[in-house]
Design a protein around this ligand. Sequence first.
Ligand SMILES: *Cc1c(COP(=O)(O)O)cnc(C)c1O
Length: 382
Amino acid sequence: MNKFHMVDLHGQYHKIKEEVDTAVAGVLESCQFINGPEVKLFQQELEQYLGVKHVIPCGNGTDALQIAMMALNFKPGDEVITADFTYAATAEVIGLLKLKPVLVDVYKDNFSINLNAIEAAITPKTVAIVPVHLFGQCVDMEGVMDIAKRHNLAVIEDVAQAIGAEYTFSDSTVMKAGTIGTIGCTSFFPSKNLGAYGDGGALFTNDDELAKKIRMIGNHGQSVQYYHDEIGVNSRLDSIQAAILRVKLRHLNEYAVARQKVAAYYDRTFKEYTSIITPEVSNYSTHVYHQYTLQILDVDRDELRKHLAAKGIPTMIYYPLPLHVQKAYLDPRYKDGDFPVTEQLCKTVLSLPIHTEMDEEQLDYIIHAVLEFVQPKILNTN
Ligand SMILES: *Cc1c(COP(=O)(O)O)cnc(C)c1O
């Protein structure tokens, strides 16, 4: 049996090696490493895939979030609402720009930002909501957009974990994650669903003016070369990464299907067990399973991890700490118990291996190992 990985980039590469190697060799031969034609082609192909007017590639997902907030002209002290249960990058750029991160709790079943908590956190200083499509599934965007409209707020979607996921509105309109809000921000970090072989990121928007501004800020604030209209940053997707991403974009839908099959296989068995809560799929979103995240109840999660590790099965805890208790984000506004769902999730979540190269033999081995620990009595009678 193959070795277990959280994500098998090596196995995936070998299936598309010829396509990737040819693409990389093409860039090497052209020597157009920065802003070469591959970057423009990738941009256009991603625009088409997402059904969005503008894709603006940049250096990584964190830069994308920062550039989005700079492009929207937020001023120090402005309040930006985001989930307490997320990767720190989301809140990091808010703090870096001297804006005020306002954290809110999430829903237990699908890990996404709680709409009532957003409403309750809005003040006259609030300028934006940052919904995070965590683990590969869309937040209730119709609800978020409704709140944003009523309070005149920008919406910056963090779609680093959910590229390709589809949201269905109540009138049956379907839109891709990241193309619904004011700006969508994604990451092409290697382990993401659309991963480069290095760093990369992008912003999405349907607003022509905003797209222009985003391009300018990501390129040293230049309107014309050597004419700098404002302070920007240097954040580019390099041509080699763009060429690799063009290859992988052609496989993205089939990769999502492979992940969905793994999730369905896990679900089938784990759903039978009351001490394991399988990830809920909302009726308004597809799930592209960046992570397959269980909630483990009644048994010691950390002992379960050790049991699995001893059998060669890696697991991860996304995330072990809520943002409001992280040293960098401590704030007298928040205390223990303020975000009960996030606090509980941090103690119960467990992500199992899920990727494009898993087979049933591996899945059976993992499932067996989990059940061996969770329900020994049931197994002993088999
Ligand atoms: C990966 C990730 C980011 C940051 O992306 P980088 O490319 O690593 O900077 C931001 N938000 C979320 C939710 C992520 O998962």
